[in-house]
Design a binder for this molecule. Structure first.
Ligand SMILES: [Zn+2]
Length: 283
């Protein structure tokens, strides 16, 4: 991709001097796993043996087994985008692993989704039982994880009180050169509002909002954000018909080449290696 190519060119041209500037492929990368959790979302961040999780996917898909497979025994934080089961349901599977000591969760964050119900009640009860540090995030907050990478919350803003998809947390991760934008399930009206708050928002990689539903990814939003790669986290033959054909067509237009649109239902877990201030590429 362009940014990657430019970064590598810069790296090659500057040679030894680049080491002084802190640009090196020798440094361990930030590893970004878009986990295959069927119809849902779970993004595992890995840096120098430490882990964090953005959304847990649904319950009953074995999130604990998935975490074990990647060697996760401790999570710096779990941040939940909203209370819908396909994003937060997996959290309900954690107690067994936490009780046996095979998983430590240091902190839990959630958005101010007012759609309380079984999932949120269960999450709050687990937080209380295990006395986990927790808190509600809002636009302007940052989650700390890997030095040199900024994990910034762009949505929801403090004034916004709503339930479900419209209050989905949006996470923007960037270093000095590249960025990834995770939209969770945000839909078109809030995409518009987000661009009013962040009018210059652009991102190299986009996690496509609401599993590619026709209610998200307005062409105005995509043209502004102008991603060069996109990921749809979606279940095989899901009952919602995600992703919508209209959304796939928009990405054909915006990306210019459908091969830069990745899908967990077709390709399984997707992993990017992100070298700080150099660029990222698929493992
Ligand atoms: Zn969802």
């Amino acid at each position: 991709m362009f940014v990657l190519t430019l970064a590598l060119l810069l790296w090659l041209l500057t040679g030894a001097a680049s080491c002084d500037a802190g640009i090196s492929l020798e440094d361990p990368p930030l590893k970004v796993h878009f986990l295959d959790v069927g119809q849902g979302l779970a993004v595992l961040w890995e840096y120098q043996g430490r882990f964090a999780l953005w959304d847990t996917g649904p319950d009953s898909v074995g999130v604990i087994d998935t975490l074990k497979r990647y060697g996760v025994d401790s999570l710096e934080w779990i941040a939940l985008s909203h209370w819908h089961r396909d994003h937060s349901g997996g959290f309900l599977e954690l107690p067994a692993a936490m009780r046996s000591g095979s998983l430590v969760v240091k902190e839990v964050f959630f958005s101010n989704d007012t759609g309380f119900g079984f999932v949120s009640d269960s999450v709050f009860s687990i937080i209380e039982t295990f006395r986990l540090k927790s808190g509600c995030y809002k636009r302007g907050d940052t989650l700390s994880f890997a030095p040199g990478f900024r994990f910034q919350i762009l949505w929801p803003p403090n004034y916004f009180k709503s339930a479900g998809n419209s209050s989905s947390g949006v996470l923007y991760v960037k270093d000095s050169l590249s960025s990834m934008l995770l939209m969770s399930d945000l839909e078109a009206p809030q995409e518009r509002e987000l661009l009013v708050l962040s009018p210059t928002l652009r991102s190299n990689l986009l996690q496509v909002g609401h599993h590619g539903s026709a209610n998200s990814s307005s062409i105005h939003f995509l043209s502004q954000v102008s991603p060069s790669e996109a990921v749809i986290s979606v279940g095989k033959k899901n009952p919602y018909g995600h992703p919508a054909l209209s959304t796939l067509n928009k990405f054909k237009f915006v990306l210019g080449d459908s091969s830069y649109l990745y899908r967990t239902d077709e390709q399984g877990t997707l992993i990017w290696l992100w070298h700080k201030n150099v660029g990222f590429w698929r493992e």
